[in-house]
Design a protein around this ligand. Structure first.
Ligand code: NAP
Length: 331
């Protein structure tokens, strides 16, 4: 039973040590050239090889090393091949940290103070009490729920929107197109945690910005393809939006002279909102391999039709619902 980790060697070595300790019965490899590709039953990748069927004729499960499924062209993958995305506490806890950081930075005017500092100014700005600020999260999936849970102790008014109706304690939930405008009208800070699909590409556009309260701000932690960059620039320059925190862009990185890189009301980070953490990810992958061996349902199985999704287990749902954590993380 062979698992091939076909990605960066540095993390591969970390994964190898964890597999050896926790699942010695699984033959783990992280150097594709050193393994008989016909023996590979389980493959972990960021991007699958184009000739996957020819290269790995006995592949039984394809594991994404990240939380998204948008990098997979499902039409190019063997029809019956299960694709599992990464649902692990390291990713969701880190996303909760980042969303909290971004919301607090916008709430407490850090973008304006960055400008003040550069210009030698010293001007206190009034801020609203958190109870008067409405945070709207696009998506109610694994990462959205953990992030909402992290925001709860601050006392913000929390709203969330998704395709299907959800019920989340302390959060007003909206569903579908019919309820989107109401949701947007009460989102002073809008956080995007949607997967990138044909239905969500370009969702952060001028028409949507016009439905937000004047002076609202956005945080994009989904994918760069969710945002229409030209519309954001217009909205920022006209004052319709007051700021944006962007962890993801299209392309990554943006060209050095791109106006979003230079904009004083934009905070850019290089796609680091969350990262797969070997310690916790390996546990989840081993669990899934054992489930597969036992003929049990896989955790995080991507719905090929929707291009995202995949349930987390009850046990993992509880573990990922931790509001905030401090302490060092692996890069
Ligand atoms: P998830 O559990 O699959 O949840 C997706 C959510 O989006 C669900 O609530 C789903 O609603 C909603 N949704 C999808 N399409 C929709 C549509 N057309 N209209 C309305 N709602 C829609 O995903 P997740 O694990 O939370 O991850 C979300 C995304 O975060 C990933 O796909 C990835 O792109 C991004 N991500 C970014 C980073 C980073 O570092 N920046 C790291 C990890 C992940 P329904 O269930 O009702 O359909």
């Amino acid at each position: 039973m062979t698992f091939l980790y076909d990605a960066d060697a540095e993390r591969g070595a970390e994964w190898a040590a964890l597999f050896a300790e926790r699942a010695p019965e699984i033959a783990f490899h992280y150097c594709a050239d050193a393994v008989d590709s016909r023996s590979v039953k389980y493959l972990g990748v960021w991007h699958p090889p184009t000739d996957i069927s020819a290269k790995y004729p006995n592949l039984e499960v394809l594991f994404s090393l990240g939380a998204g499924g948008d990098q997979f062209d499902f039409d190019a993958l063997p029809a019956g091949l299960p694709v599992v995305r990464m649902i692990e506490p390291g990713i969701s806890d880190a996303m909760a940290e980042y969303v909290t950081l971004a919301v607090l930075a916008l709430h407490r005017d850090l973008l304006a103070y960055r400008v003040q500092q550069a210009g030698g100014d010293w001007q206190p700005l009034r801020f609203r009490p958190p109870g008067a600020l409405r945070i709207g999260v696009l998506g109610t999936g694994v990462l959205a729920k953990t992030s909402l849970s992290a925001l709860q102790p601050f006392g913000f008014q929390l709203n969330a929107w998704s395709r299907s109706r959800q019920s989340i304690g302390g959060v007003e939930c909206f569903a579908g197109k019919a309820e989107m405008d109401k949701f947007l009208s009460q989102s002073d800070i809008l956080v995007c945690l949607l997967p990138l699909t044909s239905k969500t590409a370009g969702i952060l556009n001028g028409a949507l910005f016009a439905k937000l309260p004047p002076g609202a701000a956005i945080v994009n932690c989904g994918r760069g393809g969710h945002l229409v960059q030209a519309d954001l620039l217009v909205a920022l320059d006209s004052g319709r939006l007051s700021g944006a925190v962007l962890d993801v862009t299209d392309p990554e990185p943006l060209p050095a002279d791109h106006p979003l890189r230079l904009h004083e009301r934009v905070l850019l980070t290089p796609h680091v909102a969350s990262m797969t953490q070997p310690e916790t990810a390996v546990e989840v992958v081993i669990d899934n391999i054992r489930r597969h061996q036992a003929g049990q349902p896989l955790i995080g199985l991507v719905d090929r039709h929707r291009g995202y999704g995949g349930k987390t287990s009850r046990k993992k749902r509880r573990r990922t619902a931790v509001p905030l954590r401090t302490g060092p993380r692996l890069p």
